[in-house]
Design a protein around this ligand. Structure first.
Ligand code: ATP
Ligand code: MG
Length: 577
């Protein structure tokens, strides 16, 4: 351990707030403001004050160590990126208003880099020439700029934020896969070492079944993404994209088609209750107009929803039928179904219903439903398709165990780009066979500032932040209960000795009441607190508190430094330091 300096709390620039700031909704945003870690300059622009900066530097260091261990090399590209490069790749227009554009005094256009595929591809073009030089994996840690439509939630969605972005250049798919897998492993370790519980969620699948893009989602109620995951086999997916094999219930009865008077029962809930089925035993029919004008009835299990993303893929920019459109097509709200469907309406049914019979469904007549309706016998399905939004409790598509639901914050993403940029920008190398080929590229991004916010989302309580030791601004705070005298002197001595032993120490030397000091230290969330007071010293002890568990222990004064240094070393080791 290297020698550290003691930070005196009386000198620490961390202006705390007593009240929750009205502008903040998320725990991380509130707590960073309250603990004096960040201040807003303008929408989506934040100053990182000393506590935040220390924590960010630790996250960056973890990223560096894991990147370097995986064979990547750190470098730094200019933040300003030439518009010409963006035009070459076709993104000057495609990126839209999120790209922050600037013009220099000569009228030349630039963008503040939101990501650097173009710049890095331009850099290596004409310099990396032979397959013998490959693979190359380069990364940087830098401020990125995106003119987000809705910058919000503090550091979660800023307009200027810190990102680690990395790019690999590979000669062939095997090599790209190798780099990609190594990055994926490194990303998982980075999350672990930062104390972030994250799920690798497949964002894109390749043709041969493996993934070509994975997002690491930090589990948190505040997350923007709805996820499903499987505890048994590790499968995880965005709710929007996940598929499932839901076991659907069939209706009861002997399978005779029967029309039943169901006056006023126009909802799934009412119909299920009336027949005494679970909602899953009924069929939900949605009437819509596809982008090309085709009227469609889409049917899903009664307890599931039509997934908007999947529906858009099938039907284009579709809309649900209005009252007039229903009337025009001879359909009745609440009583739509597959049997006796008016001419010209396309019937598309969810895959999970393929093998089910004896449906309870609308009869296309006001106040009537059918029971015992069977596909093939009573109606013809035009197309079977994956239509539903998967939800908690549905079976895992890989192993069948019940899926769990969670919300997630995207902290990082790995991506196989293939030749997307190298081809459009003419970045080629000479391969083993003497042929000129575009590089295969991968890109790998981590939101460093967003990761800090995610850590706090996952580690806080009523009192404040609870830092994992690996990314805590300081590891231990030594709190003197008196502002002078023996307790103060002993606290100062312990703080010095801990720092000399390599521990990162804050010394709360302020002339404040103990209650104020405890509250501030809890708010700032240092993992360990050491309270030094007259009463304890009389018995030859100091009080050691673990911020995470709240456990307190009296340590003999003479052993305190050694004991605490050991506890800190252990904690660091647990996070892989
Ligand atoms: P999102 O879907 O949340 O907008 P993204 O997929 O556009 O993110 P990437 O281009 O994959 O983001 O960028 C890599 C990482 O940078 C993200 O995983 C995220 O952690 C971080 N990031 C992206 N946009 C922001 C932002 N506006 N503020 C803070 N961090 C961000
Ligand atoms: Mg992303």
């Amino acid at each position: 351990m290297s020698k550290n300096h003691v930070m005196k709390m009386s000198r620490l620039y961390a202006p705390t707030l007593k009240e929750d700031p009205a502008e903040a909704e998320l725990a991380s945003h509130k707590l960073m403001l309250r603990a004096g870690m960040i201040r807003k300059q303008a929408a989506g622009l934040y100053s990182y004050l000393p506590l935040a900066w220390r924590s960010l530097k630790k996250i960056e260091q973890i990223v560096r160590e894991e990147m370097d261990a995986a064979g990547a090399q750190e470098m730094l590209l200019p933040i300003l990126t030439d518009a010409e490069l963006w035009r070459e790749s076709g993104r000057w227009n495609a990126y839209g208003p999120e790209l922050m554009r600037v013009t220099d005094r000569h009228g030349r256009e630039f963008a503040l880099g939101p990501t650097h595929e173009e710049t890095i591809t331009d850099l290596i073009t004409n310099e990396l020439k032979s397959y013998k030089q490959l693979p190359v994996n380069l990364y940087q840690i830098q401020d990125k700029f995106r003119d987000e439509m809705r910058p919000r939630f503090g550091l979660m969605r800023g307009r200027e934020f810190i990102m680690k972005d990395g790019y690999s250049f590979n000669a062939n798919q095997e090599s790209l896969q190798e780099t990609y897998d190594a990055m994926k492993d490194a990303y998982a370790r980075i999350c672990e070492r930062c104390g972030v519980r994250a799920l690798p969620v497949v964002a894109d699948s390749g043709q041969i079944g493996g993934d070509t893009s994975v997002e690491f989602m930090a589990l948190a109620d505040a997350g923007e993404a709805a996820l499903v995951y499987c505890d048994d086999c590790g499968f995880a997916a965005d709710e929007e994209a996940a598929t499932t094999q839901v076991a659907v219930t069939e209706g009861s009865g002997d399978g005779t088609l029967e029309k039943v008077h169901t006056p006023g029962l126009g909802t799934i809930e009412a119909v299920a209750a009336f027949f005494g089925f679970p909602e899953n035993g009924t069929r939900k029919s949605l009437a819509l107009i596809a982008e090309d004008g085709t009227p469609v009835v889409a049917i899903v299990p009664g307890d599931h929803e039509l997934n908007d993303c999947k529906a858009e893929k099938l039907f284009g920019a579709y809309h649900l039928m209005s009252e007039e459109e229903l009337q025009e097509h001879g359909l009745f709200k609440g009583f739509i179904g597959p049997v006796n469907l008016p001419q010209g309406i396309r019937l598309v049914v969810d895959e999970t219903l393929r093998d089910s019979k004896k449906w309870a469904c609308g009869a296309n007549e006001v106040d009537y439903h059918y029971t015992g309706a069977c596909p093939g016998r009573d109606f013809t399905v035009d197309e079977w398709a994956d239509l539903i939004t998967v939800r908690e409790g549905d079976p895992c598509p890989h192993c069948g165990a019940a899926l769990k639901g969670a919300r997630g914050i995207e902290v990082s993403q790995v991506f196989q780009l293939g030749t997307k940029y190298s081809a459009s920008m003419g970045a080629t190398f000479t391969d083993e066979d003497g042929k000129e080929k575009p590089f295969l590229m991968g890109c790998y991004g981590i939101g460093v500032s967003r990761t800090m916010a995610a850590v706090i989302e996952q580690h806080n309580d009523e009192q404040g932040i609870i830092w994992p030791v690996s990314v805590a601004p300081y590891e231990v705070s030594v709190i003197a209960l008196d502002k002078k005298g023996e307790a103060f002197d002993e606290a100062a001595r312990i703080a010095d000795e801990l720092a000399a032993a390599g521990v990162e120490v804050v010394f709360d030397d302020r002339a404040e009441r103990p209650g104020v000091k405890f509250a501030d230290n809890d708010l700032m969330g240092f993992p360990y607190q050491l309270v030094v007071g007259k009463r304890g010293l009389k018995n030859g002890t100091v009080e050691f508190k673990d911020r995470a568990t709240g456990e307190r222990e009296d340590l003999p004064l003479a052993e305190a430094v050694e004991k605490i240094a050991a506890v800190v070393a252990d904690a660091r080791a647990q996070f892989g330091a």
